[in-house]
Each structure stands twice: as structure tokens, then as C-alpha cells.
Write a protein that binds this ligand. Structure first.
Ligand code: ZN
Ligand code: FE
Ligand code: FE
Length: 299
């Protein structure tokens, strides 16, 4: 059974997200832990959090994939920006304890000209501080498109961060593979998915792969752009997504859509991908609605 959902707004609280997920056929979802630009977080309502935990158990959800604010940069050249990122992530991890057993995904950071090695060292040292505070939450590094000075566009860079973070196991520190990002980074998930996953296994180890962001891309392989597109409209294409959702190495993990979509559009993409996971022919009529493109284009 494919576990799939999409990015949801956290504005109405935890339980509301769980109900919204159910209403679109999802059995996992993603949410920003606070304003994505990194502002103050709302106080946690423990009853609301407990109600969501209950709902996810009752309905057999896969782990949820919380997303750190994308403006945080653990390898900024400004010490106060690094400190802010560390403090914000520590606060997020303490809040995640109210919904135990889920994932907290973050963008490794941009080295802003300091070089990949310096970036890796800064991210690794921040993780050495953060991971002992993660408790019941698994922290995930997201694979990046390699836009600008982003760290994490190569599997080798994620490996180096994991090594620098010092011996954390895959239940503490894992990786979330974003299909748009790896494609834009130059990994050919369209014509050589097996090869990409073999390389992931060789460099990082498949036991670290814990979640998938399932996004099509507006741009060609290796473009280093990071512009998400809806499933069926991008350069990865629906046949490749069929192979992705059916791949045995990815079985059982949460698949999260971050396509530019509204809820109806997400419901249609979830139905489409569930059909593909069951082996349905992608050549038939499209269940996607012509909904207005809005929302995330580069989460
Ligand atoms: Zn993105
Ligand atoms: Fe992503
Ligand atoms: Fe992301």
C-alpha cells in the first residue's frame, strides 16, 4: 500500500490537518512547523496534538514529514544566522515531541561562497548539538537541486554531513529524497531510477532513505533550478512516477506531494499515484482537475 499525502497548511492546528488529509485520500502529510520564513511558532495545543496522534494511529498513517522553515541556514557566513537556525530547529524538535514518532525534514543550507567543505562542517557540528535533543523524532536531510551554493545536491555531500554529525543511526538522522531536486541536480530518475537508487545505496546507504518528496520538475535534468511542477505536466513524467511509486526500495515510506496545487488537485494526484502504485496504465484519461496553480513551487 502506497502511503501518500501532500503539504498541508497548519493554520487550523494538528487535528484539522489530519482530517483534511483523510478528506483527500491521504495517509500521511507534510506541514511547516511555523511560518516558512522562520518567524514565531504558535504555542502547542497538547490536546489537539494528541487528537492527531490518535487519528493517525486509527487510520494507519505513515510517519508525518514536518518541514523546517526553508529560510534557515545552518551554514550561513553570519554567526547570528547560524545561531538562529540552530535555536529554531531545537525549538521545533521540542515541539515535535507532542507528535512523537514522526519526521522533521530540513534543507541542509547554502554555504554562500565559503565552500562545500566549510558548509558540511557547519551543518555537521549543528547536528551534533541538535540530534541528542531529537528524542522520538527522526531528522531528515533533504536532497537538494544544487541551486546556487546549496549543500546537498550530491549524495556525497549528504554522506559527508552524516559523517560529520557523528555516528547517529538511521532512526535519528535520515534522508528525504525529493524527486524534482535530484532530477534537477542531475540524477536521472527518468531513465535510470535503479542506477540512482544504487548510487544512493553505495554513497549514503538505503537504510537512511526514510521519505520521498514526489514532485515533477519544470526544468530539464541537471538544470539546478528547483521549480516544482504538477505530476503529469513536468519533465519527469507520469511513467517515471509509476516506476518510482512501485520501486521496492521505496516501499512503505511516506510520499509527499509539494506540487503547485490546491486541495482538489492534490486529491487527484494522490488518486493518480495510488492507481500507478497498483499497476494502473498511465495512458488512460487523466483524473487531474484543471485547478488553479497555487501553493508551493520550491519547498
Ligand atoms: Zn524544491
Ligand atoms: Fe522537497
Ligand atoms: Fe524542502
Amino acid at each position: 500500500m502506497l502511503h501518500i499525502g501532500c503539504h498541508l497548511s497548519c493554520a487550523k492546528g494538528f487535528l484539522s490537518m489530519g482530517r483534511e488529509a483523510l478528506s483527500i485520500g491521504a495517509d500521511t502529510f507534510a506541514f511547516f512547523t511555523r511560518n516558512p520564513r522562520g518567524g514565531n511558532a504558535k504555542r502547542i495545543d497538547r490536546e489537539d496534538a494528541a487528537a492527531l496522534v490518535e487519528l493517525t494511529r486509527e487510520h494507519g498513517f505513515a510517519p508525518l514529514v514536518a518541514h523546517a522553515p526553508y529560510t534557515l541556514n545552518l551554514c550561513s557566513n553570519r554567526p547570528e544566522a547560524r545561531e538562529f537556525a540552530l535555536r529554531t530547529m531545537a525549538d521545533d524538535l521540542s515541539r515535535m515531541r507532542s507528535v512523537p514518532g514522526n519526521f522533521y525534514n530540513f534543507h541542509p543550507g547554502s554555504h554562500v561562497g565559503q565552500g562545500v567543505d566549510v558548509g558540511v562542517e557547519m551543518i555537521g557540528s549543528a547536528l551534533r548539538e541538535l540530534l541528542p535533543q531529537a528524542g522520538p523524532t527522526t531528522v531528515l536531510l533533504e536532497t537538494m537541486a544544487g541551486k546556487g551554493s546549496e549543500v546537498g545536491g550530491r549524495f556525497e555531500e549528504l554522506r559527508a554531513i552524516i559523517d560529520e554529525a557523528g555516528g547517529a543511526g538511521p532512526d535519528v538522522l535520515g534522508v528525504c529524497l525529493d524527486t524534482c531536486h535530484v532530477h534537477d541536480a542531475g540524477y536521472d530518475v527518468v531513465s535510470d531510477l535503479d542506477g540512482v537508487l544504487e548510487e544512493f545505496d553505495r554513497v549514503i546507504g538505503l537504510e537512511r532513505l526514510r521519505a520521498v518528496h514526489v514532485n515533477d520538475s519544470k526544468n530539464p535534468l541537471g538544470s539546478h533550478k528547483d521549480r516544482h511542477e504538477r505530476i503529469e505536466r513536468g519533465t519527469i513524467g507520469v511513467e517515471a512516477f509509476g516506476r518510482i511509486v512501485r520501486h521496492p526500495a521505496l516501499r512503505g515510506m511516506p510520499f509527499i506531494l509539494e506540487t503547485p496545487n490546491d486541495l482538489d488537485g492534490y486529491a487527484a494526484e494522490i488518486a493518480l499515484l495510488r492507481g500507478l502504485a497498483d499497476g494502473a496504465d498511465p495512458g488512460g484519461a487523466s483524473p487531474l482537475s484543471g485547478s488553479v496553480a497555487e501553493g508551493i513551487t520550491s519547498a
